[in-house]
Design a protein around this ligand. Structure first.
Ligand code: FES
Ligand code: FES
Length: 178
């Protein structure tokens, strides 16, 4: 079986993956299951399985990525992959995690892991581009619905807690731009 080397939450690691076919016809194990089964990363969730909900979101080289529809062979060798499992550092929650707890943003919680990782990639991307403005509620709504200039993927919450999620992302952004 082929092997892929990645930096997972800051640590170099590697594992084999199932693959069939070559060239444009190549198909391989999905990144979601590879991360869960080979690396015990249970942050990314299986929601819809067809890139529609965002529950499986991880960051690949800083870009929010739907791991349910990403084949492992599509991930560049030595890619930097971040999952929710590695977000808290030195026993401290990330500002996004703090804010989601503070605003009680989840109900069943199934969507929340992907919400946090998607928002992380979006906010870090804005900051890296030199935009340190705290996003407005409308901008966050556009982000969540995939309607913003810098994001065309939507994030669904079937419990309908989007207003609390929006408030949590805004509060976290205030911390992150400081
Ligand atoms: S599980 Fe991947 S987008 Fe829904
Ligand atoms: S909190 Fe239940 S799907 Fe979002």
């Amino acid at each position: 079986m082929p092997e892929r080397t990645i930096r997972l939450n800051g640590k170099q690691t590697k594992a084999e993956y199932q693959s069939a076919g070559t060239g444009d016809a190549q198909e391989s194990e999905r990144l979601l299951f590879w991360l869960r089964e080979r690396f015990d990363q249970y942050g990314p969730k299986f929601g819809c399985g067809v890139s529609q909900c965002g529950a499986c979101t991880v960051l690949v080289d800083g870009v929010p990525t739907r791991s349910c529809t990403t084949d492992v062979h599509e991930v560049p060798d030595n890619a930097e992959i971040r999952t929710l499992d590695g977000l808290a550092g030195n026993g401290q929650r990330h500002p996004l995690q703090e804010a989601f707890v503070k605003f009680q943003a989840g109900q069943c919680m199934f969507c929340i892991n992907g919400m946090v990782m998607g928002a992380l990639g979006w906010l870090e991307g804005r900051i890296a581009a030199g935009n340190r403005a705290v996003p407005s509620t409308d901008e966050i709504r556009d982000f969540l619905s995939g309607a913003s200039d810098d994001n065309d993927e939507n994030y669904l919450c079937r419990c309908g807690t989007h207003s609390r999620i929006t408030a949590a992302i805004r509060a976290a952004a205030e911390e992150m731009v400081r």
